[in-house]
Design a protein. Structure first.
Length: 95
């Protein structure tokens, strides 16, 4: 079964490919870009670039739909902490 992903793109994927794409998108919220910024921190990135803070990673309750910055409680250990498992599973697939 093929579905359009993302909607409106005309790109067809099977459900496994869609799951992998969604995994990559969630992981990308936590990754540092070329300027050492993480999307989850939005306008507060400078704080997390300071010595002693550069390795802090917060697991927010939810994320802004357009920008990806973290919203709600920042100490979640629920579903957002599953990103660690997603990274592990994606890494294992590449080996």
């Amino acid at each position: 079964m093929l579905v359009e992903c993302p909607i409106g793109s005309g790109n067809k994927m099977n459900l496994k490919q869609v799951a992998d794409e969604l995994t990559k998108r969630v992981i990308s919220l936590f990754e540092k870009d070329a300027q050492e910024k993480r999307r989850i921190y939005g306008k507060y990135n400078e704080f997390y670039k300071r010595p002693g803070n550069e390795h802090l990673v917060l697991f927010y309750e939810y994320f802004h739909g357009d920008d990806g910055y973290g919203l709600g409680a920042s100490h979640q250990t629920g579903w957002t902490s599953l990103v660690a498992q997603l990274i592990n599973e994606l890494h294992e697939k590449k080996e």
